[in-house]
Design a protein around this ligand. Structure first.
Ligand SMILES: CC(C)(COP(=O)(O)OP(=O)(O)OC[C@H]1O[C@@H](n2cnc3c(N)ncnc32)[C@H](O)[C@@H]1OP(=O)(O)O)[C@@H](O)C(=O)NCCC(=O)NCCS
Length: 191
């Protein structure tokens, strides 16, 4: 039996040191983080915004995400440095518990990560991704998937180190905010 989500979340808040020597505090994403999450997403640089899977700069998207956290369809960890939200990693499982038992992808959880440009290379992305890997079994996930464009090489490095393996490249599967097509890379990790 994997540890329960309740047991795992008792580890938080978790204080950890970044490469810079700064302290980062990791904690589960809750309603209390809503406004800071919006400040974070709205401060992402143009390049980061180009590749957003969903428009997380919109309050409605953040509210919908918090609803998924409430229903157990999503779990996320936020990282704060000096109180500022500087990144998150999230886990997304099949929506709606009442249909999930019948779905053939019900064992898969998708991980996403996003770190503010000022904190990239600090190690925070790796720490955040490792948290999701730790928590995923408690949400019934036995296979983690990650989707990124071929350009998102930092993400591929992090996932490989966590034990993810390359699965497929889907040509032109992504269209960015400027309308350019990009290839999508799928990686996965059996837990
Ligand atoms: C991916 C991302 C979360 C990484 O966060 P981060 O805090 O910079 O990650 P870390 O510092 O823990 O580690 C990144 C590693 O990738 C390496 N890396 C980054 N870009 C790279 C590249 N183009 N080629 C090879 N390695 C690269 C870094 O050097 C670092 O390795 P190191 O530990 O040996 O120095 C961050 O870059 C980001 O938010 N990117 C945009 C969103 C994204 O790509 N999300 C993934 C889709 S799910």
């Amino acid at each position: 039996m994997p540890p329960s989500l309740h047991d795992l979340t008792r580890r938080y808040p978790l204080t950890t040191e970044l490469r810079s020597g700064q302290q980062a505090v990791l904690s589960p994403f809750t309603d209390d983080d809503r406004d800071d999450m919006l400040t974070f997403t709205q401060s992402l640089d143009e390049e980061a915004l180009l590749f957003l899977r969903e428009d997380i700069t919109s309050p409605a998207t953040i509210d919908a995400w918090l609803m998924e956290v409430e229903t157990g369809d999503s779990f996320a960890v936020v990282a704060r440095v000096d109180g500022d939200l500087v990144g998150y990693s999230s886990l997304h499982v099949e929506p709606a518990k009442w249909t999930r038992p019948a779905r053939w992808t019900r064992h898969i959880g998708e991980i996403r990560i996003n770190v503010h440009g000022d904190y990239r290379g600090s190690g925070v992305g790796s720490l955040l991704a490792a948290e999701i890997r730790e928590v995923a079994p408690a949400l019934g996930v036995t296979k983690l998937s990650a989707q990124m464009t071929v350009d998102q090489e930092g993400a591929q490095v992090i996932f490989e180190r966590l034990g993810f393996r390359y699965q497929a490249t889907l040509e032109g599967w992504v269209i960015d905010r400027e309308g350019n097509h990009r290839d999508l890379v799928i990686m996965s990790c059996d837990l």
